[in-house]
Design a protein around this ligand. Structure first.
Ligand SMILES: [Zn+2]
Length: 264
């Protein structure tokens, strides 16, 4: 009787063919590493925590995804291979900022995890986790990363683990070890993103506060430069919100999809 009930509900048998392996939840072999609490490793469903259950922050993370970038801006190779994305773009971007220069970088299969590891964990009590989550969400705007990434509850992938999202699975590699950063360095970077992003983005993404030809209109005769904390300016384009410096890195398809999901 019991067996019949189970078969009618189309549940897998407990033993034999179609047994234990099929009972594993989806994603059981997709191993992540928490950037919070004890840095646990395991499937996302087993180690994920809501923000208010974070007692300790070890690391801040920015996620760069090859698949959402514009080949006309970063180059075709960087949209196909995370190693190329690192060598052709990200290595320069990180090197131009004193805090980002200390990041550990992992190739996670089709993207890069930029990890800012703390020299001492930040212990959270009361509202601390929510406050730091806001800072973590701000930090990721320093680079054209995945805008949907979580803040302090972000998960990376352990070096040597297999990313089974791909067929065949791809091994996670460390592209550079990086150095530890202090809480003050995190706050400094967060503060620069929040209060003077125009300067930060020009410096990090282009190595200068003025570039020619203008990145936005492409006119040889025009240069684009920082105009205050939030804007950049060119004779042709006028004053433009500095966020355009980041947004121009995303592929038109990604921006369209994002617009669609926001409106819907
Ligand atoms: Zn222009």
């Amino acid at each position: 009787m019991k067996n019949m009930d189970r078969n009618e509900r189309h549940e897998p048998a407990a033993e034999g063919v179609g047994g234990p392996a099929c009972n594993r939840p989806a994603g059981w072999d997709d191993i992540r590493e928490a950037t919070f609490n004890r840095g646990e490793q395991g499937p996302a469903y087993a180690i994920a925590k809501p923000v208010d259950q974070v007692a300790c922050i070890n690391c801040f993370m920015i996620d760069l995804d090859c698949g959402i970038l514009d080949p006309n801006v970063v180059g075709e190779a960087a949209t196909q291979s995370a190693d190329d994305l690192y060598e052709k773009c990200v290595c320069d971007w990180l090197g131009r900022d004193p805090v980002l220069a200390k990041a550990e970088v992992r190739n996670t299969g089709h993207g890069l995890h930029i990890l800012l590891r703390l020299d001492e964990p930040i212990i959270c009590a009361g509202d601390d986790a929510r406050r730091w989550d806001k800072i973590a969400r701000g930090l990721r705007n320093a680079l054209p990363g995945d805008p949907n990434l979580n803040g302090i509850i972000a998960m990376t992938r352990p070096v040597g683990a297999l990313n089974s999202k791909y067929e065949p699975a791809r091994m996670v590699t460390q592209l550079r070890a990086g150095q530890r950063v202090s809480r003050e360095e995190i706050l400094d970077l967060g503060n620069r993103v929040a209060t003077a992003p125009a300067r930060l983005w020009m410096q990090v993404l282009h190595g200068s506060e003025r570039v020619s030809p203008c990145l936005l209109c492409g006119e040889e005769k025009n240069s684009l430069g920082v105009a205050g904390n939030w804007q950049v300016q060119c004779y042709g384009c006028g004053r433009v919100n500095a966020a355009a410096l980041v947004y121009r890195h995303y592929s038109p398809e990604f921006l369209e999809k994002r617009k669609g999901s926001k409106n819907g």
